[in-house]
Design a protein around this ligand. Structure first.
Ligand code: HEM
Length: 150
């Protein structure tokens, strides 16, 4: 008899703990910014995800957009690779350079990367793998359509 009562009490406590955790988690997710569904970005619409205009940080690598917010120490304001945030980082990753001249101006078509050397292509592929293993893809980078231009 006592064993049954103790067993029921333990189960009740465990269930209460589980439900409290679920509730806390849902409150937290309500506070976080809206989730960006997999989507299409142009160089200009990607630009705001730079950790300043929007707290999230996205970067594009070979046409795919990664959410690198978890790496804010690298890409956030004041970080060593902040130039990449909100931008297509492909050329910089290929050439191992975070200099501004590796970034395509926002009003120019997406870099085709057609002039990269074999070594640079390999370097870019290695970085791509790094991002795939570490971050979530949130969309693709596409050129702005002529009718989207202001
Ligand atoms: C000045 C020489 C550099 C030093 C000392 C350095 C140092 C580092 C260190 C310590 C990490 C962290 C590695 C880890 O534990 O995950 C890192 C990551 C990284 N570095 Fe560098 N780095 C240098 C140059 C560069 C350059 C020129 C680039 C340009 C492409 C670059 C791009 C990156 C990227 C993309 C990451 C990955 C960050 C992430 O995981 O999101 N680094 N670097």
């Amino acid at each position: 008899m006592w064993y049954t009562i103790i067993f029921v009490v333990i189960v009740a406590i465990l269930l209460k703990n589980i439900f409290t955790e679920v509730k806390t988690a849902s409150v937290q997710s309500a506070d976080t910014p809206e989730v960006v569904e997999e989507g299409k970005f142009t160089p200009k619409t990607l630009a705001k995800y730079n950790g300043k205009d929007d707290k999230r940080i996205f970067i594009a690598v070979k046409g795919r957009v990664f959410d690198v917010t978890a790496g804010a120490a690298f890409y956030g304001p004041g970080g060593p690779y902040e130039n990449f945030s909100g931008r297509d980082a492909s050329r910089g990753l290929a050439k191992n350079s975070f200099e501004l001249d590796c970034l395509t101006p926002l009003d120019k078509p997406i870099d085709t990367l057609s002039d990269l050397t074999k070594e640079e292509v390999e370097s870019l592929e290695n970085w791509e793998e790094h991002f795939e293993n570490k971050y979530r893809v949130v969309g693709v980078l596409e050129n702005e359509q002529p009718d989207e231009k202001i």
